[in-house]
Design a protein around this ligand. Sequence first.
Ligand code: HEM
Length: 447
Amino acid sequence: MPADPRDQVRAVPGRLPLLGHSVSLLRGPVKFLASLRSHGELVRLHLGPLPVYLVTTPELAWQILAVDADKFDKGIVFDKMRPLFGDGIATSNGEFNRRQRRMVLPAFSRGRIAGYAASTVTPLAARLADSWCHGQVVALDEELQDLALSVSGQTLFSTELGREVLDEIQRSIPIMLDYVLVRAFSSKVIEKLPIKANREFDAAAARLRKVIPDVIVNARADGGDHGDLLSTLLLATDEDTGEPMTDEQIHDEVITILTTGAETTAVALAWFFHEIGQHGDIERRFHAEVDEVLGGRPATFDDVPRLGYTQQIVNEVLRRNPPLILMRRTRETVDIAGVSLPPGTEVAVSQHTLHQDPRWFPDPARFDPDRWAPGAAALPKGAYIPFGAGARLCPGHVFAPIEITIAAATLAARWRLVPLPGKTVYPKITATMQPNRLPMTVIARHE
Ligand code: HEM
C-alpha cells in the first residue's frame, strides 16, 4: 500500500491514548494553541481520536480560507450542528452556500447596519445602563449575553409579530449554546441518550422550530419592508432563478444568525470590560474619549468614527480573545506546505496561534490597543482574522465591532465597571471562549 502522505506531518508531542491532545487543550487552550507554531507550519494534533492538520502561518491560513476556499467544506463540527442550524449559511457547503450567502449578505450592508444601530443597539444599551444603580454588583457576562441576544432578536424581528418569538429566544438560545459543543464533539450514540444535556437541547430546539415558522408566514403575508433582517431575507431573490428563499431556508438562516451572532458579540463585550478593568491607564483614555464625544448621552451609529480609541480596544480584544478554532475538511486533494492532503482530511486554523505571533504582534501577551493606532504597519493577509477570511468571512464582521463600540461607550458614558477583588477570570473552553464569570461593581462616573 502506498504510504499516507500525511505521515510526514509532524505530530504535536504530548498525545494521550484516546484523549489525544484534548487534555492540553482543556488545561490551557490559549497557551497550547500559541505553542503549536514551534512545531512547524503544518502540524498534526488529535482532538480526542480525530487527527486534525493545523496550519500555523498567515500564508497557509489565507490559502485555506481564501485562495483554495472552494476545495474545502466546513467539516465535522458543522456537520454535527446541521440538526440545529439546518442548511443555513454557517453549515451549508459548495454552490448552495454561495447562493445563500449572496441572498443573506445584503442584510448586513452599511445602510441596514445604521438602521439596526438606531432601532436596537443604542436603545437597548441605554436601557441596560438605566437599569443599574451605584454600588450594585452585576454578573456582567450574563447581562451582556441578554443584551446581545435582545439586539440579535430585535434586529431580526422588529415588529409586533416577533414578540412571542423574542421571549422564546431569550429562553431557548442560551440553553442550546450551553450544549452545542458537547453535541459537536460527541458520538451519535451519546446524542441519543436521554441525559439532561440532550433533553434540554432537543426541547429548546423544538420550541424554536415551533414559534419561528409562524412569524415567517405572517411576515410574508404582511409583505412590507420593516427594515429588519427578516424583511431582507424575505425580499431576497436568487440571482439566477429569481426565486425567493423558501420558508424552511429562512427558518434555517434565522436560527443560524441567532446562534452565531449573539454569543460571539457578548463574549467580546465581556472581555472588553474585563481588560479595561485590569488596565487603569487604558480605562482612563477610554473614559476621556467617551466623555469628549458623548458628554454622558448614549452612543449612536454616527458617533462611531469619532470613537477611534474605543475601536482600537475592540481590535485588541478580538486579537486576544477570538473564537477557539476554525475547522475545514478537504473536498479534494489539496497541497499544503508541500504535503498532499487527501479528500476528507480535517484541517484547522486557530486565530489563537496566529494572533500570538511576535513577528506581527511584539510582546503578544501584552494587552495594547496602541498596536492599532492610526499609521500602524499593515499586517500580512491571514495574520489577524477574528472574523475568519475569504469565502466564509463572518457576515457580521462590520456590524459586530460597531455594536460593541456603541454598547461599550453607552455603558461607560455613565458607569465605571470595577472587577471584584479575588475573583479569577479565565476563558472557558467553548466555541467562543467566554469568561468563566465576570462579577463587577457598578460605580457612577458623574453626579
Ligand atoms: C465579535 C463578534 C463576532 C465574532 C468574533 C465572529 C466570528 C466569526 C468567525 C471566526 C466566523 C468564521 C467561521 C469559519 O470560518 O469557520 C464567523 C462566521 C459567521 N458569523 Fe460571526 N462573529 C461575530 C459576530 C457575528 C454577528 C453579529 C453575526 C450575525 C448577526 C454573525 C454571523 C455569522 C454567520 C452566519 C457565520 C457563518 C458564515 C459562513 O460559514 O459562511 N457573526 N463568525
